[in-house]
Design a binder for this molecule. Structure first.
Ligand code: NI
Length: 173
């Protein structure tokens, strides 16, 4: 089932999320719903706070299906960055909570991440390129951080004002 995505500014997008204590059926349903919501958007990543759930859970799939790559939906529970490369890369980022706004963000080019998968199994993998950027962007959400927090204040305020306006328009009957 698709879930509504919160739009910035929203206090729930600024919260430090709690670790998941145990894997319940509700949590698996939430993960499945988040993947459905993400693919439908369409997007390449989604964090639980973006659907109003303040737990450390993210989903992502950066496979380029246009280029014939096989979909690779990842569910990450309590994801943790173990190591980051000194080498950095710049990607133009966007966010499903900040529709139609894009900006360059510089981040470590490679990260090693540890997480619990949908079955509660501990996983560890090194990500590079778009996958590395996406996983860092999603983990940031769990710490109440958005990609616009990396931008200069003026640019950030400009985007926030646009989002306030968008929310006002959407709220209109
Ligand atoms: Ni985002």
């Amino acid at each position: 089932m698709k879930r509504p995505i919160l739009i910035h500014p929203d206090p729930r997008l600024k919260k430090l999320c709690d670790p998941v204590a145990d894997l319940s059926d509700d949590l698996r349903t939430l993960a499945d719903d988040m993947l459905e919501t993400m693919y439908d958007a369409p997007g390449i990543g989604l964090a639980a706070p973006q659907v109003g759930i303040l737990h450390r859970l993210i989903v992502l799939d950066c496979a380029k299906q246009d280029n014939g790559e096989t979909p690779r939906p990842l569910v990450m529970i309590n994801p943790r960055i173990l190591a980051s490369s000194d080498e950095r890369s710049v990607y133009e980022e966007g966010c499903l909570s900040i529709p139609d706004q894009y900006a360059d963000v510089e981040r470590p080019k490679m990260v090693e991440v540890e997480w619990l998968d949908r079955d509660g199994k501990l996983q560890k993998e090194e990500f590079d390129g778009l996958w590395a950027t996406c996983v860092q962007h999603e983990i940031d959400h769990l710490d109440g951080k958005l990609f616009i927090d990396y931008l200069k204040p003026l640019k950030r305020q400009m985007i926030t004002r646009k989002m306030v306006k968008l929310k006002r328009e959407r709220a209109r009957p």
